[in-house]
Design a protein around this ligand. Structure first.
Ligand SMILES: [Zn+2]
Length: 179
């Protein structure tokens, strides 16, 4: 590659971060070290790695999947067909492909599911549970963005609503599938 061809790439590499930085406020630059430390409310916490893994394993791997489908788009009120169809693909084709692969190797996994994903495609949880080795985990009511909500009571209401929905038994039959 000649020097002439490289120039535009160097220009872009320096130009894009500068533009982004200009558009963002920088309140952290005015704070003391103590004030900075006081801003940090969430950390990784204590390390949970045990002295050794069971059966002498050298490493442990956890597979988890977000079964978001169209819930995040719906939470934001984004109803454009492109985004919704992408979510539909996850429910109709994406999840079954993941499950076939996990079943082939008999690997257990966790599936984090917004309750709204289950409302719209209840077959998904039945398919996940059919293998008998996976777990269902709550992932909000409609994939709500908690920092945007910024409301502890509303967060609790949506979480309670999601748990009540995901833990109801028996599961609805496929005739209640909305989509
Ligand atoms: Zn998610």
């Amino acid at each position: 590659m000649s020097a002439m061809q490289k120039t535009p790439l160097r220009f872009l590499a320096g130009f894009v971060p500068t533009c982004l930085a200009l558009a963002q406020p920088q309140p952290g630059t005015k704070l003391s070290v103590d004030q900075i430390k006081a801003q940090i409310h969430v950390t990784a916490g204590r390390r949970l790695r045990p002295q050794s893994w069971p059966n002498g394993a050298r490493v442990a791997v956890a597979l988890s999947f977000d079964v978001d489908n169209m819930s995040a788009s719906l939470a934001r009120g984004e109803l454009a067909p492109v985004g919704l169809s992408r979510g539909e693909y996850g429910a109709v084709d994406g999840l079954p492909r993941v499950l076939r692969l996990l079943n082939k190797y008999q690997i257990p996994a966790s599936f984090f599911i917004p309750a709204m994903s289950d409302v719209l495609h209840p077959q998904m949880i039945r398919d996940i549970q059919a293998a008998g080795r996976h777990e269902i985990a709550v992932h909000g009511w409609i994939h709500e963005a908690l920092p945007a909500l910024n409301d502890a009571a509303e967060e609790q209401r949506l979480l309670d609503q999601a748990i009540a929905h995901l833990t109801r038994w028996p599961r609805p039959d496929s005739s209640t599938t909305a989509a």
